[in-house]
Design a protein around this ligand. Structure first.
Ligand SMILES: [Zn+2]
Length: 134
């Protein structure tokens, strides 16, 4: 990790399909074919019933901010400050972290929507505040 290069996502056997869908602009999660629980991040077994079977289902990308951090100190040369990272509870239940883009004031439970940003060939989950009616 040198210079301004973005840290590449770590892709393993369980997460490779997630990133393939992300490159196609889709947010997908594993859904357990035994109990129906969604799992994100991907994993080898269901955290609810420990069954390995799953299918990949599309998620809306819409959710609410549950927490956030605004960085004013630079920890990586590819991340100029200030920037904000949000923890989003998706409408379907799973939580995911992402960068906040597009400005605006973040508040608890603010509605957001996912927009994939490409950085150096990698799809980066990014969220924008979703105003009323958008
Ligand atoms: Zn299950």
């Amino acid at each position: 990790m040198t210079g301004r290069t973005w840290p590449a996502p770590v892709v393993g056997a369980d997460t490779a399909p997630f990133w393939e869908h992300a490159r196609a602009g889709e947010l997908r999660a594993q859904r357990c074919t035994d109990c129906g629980a969604l799992r994100l991040p991907p994993g080898p077994v269901c955290p609810a019933c420990f069954a390995p079977g799953h299918e990949w289902v599309a998620l809306s990308g819409r959710g609410e901010v549950q927490s956030w951090v605004e960085y004013h100190r630079q920890y990586h040369p590819a991340f100029p400050v200030p920037y904000t990272v949000v923890l989003v509870e998706l409408a379907e239940g799973p939580r995911i972290e992402g960068l906040l883009a597009g400005g605006g004031t973040v508040t608890w439970r603010a509605p957001v929507r996912l927009v994939w940003q490409e950085r150096e060939g990698h799809p980066i989950p990014t969220f924008e505040l979703a105003g009323a009616g958008s």
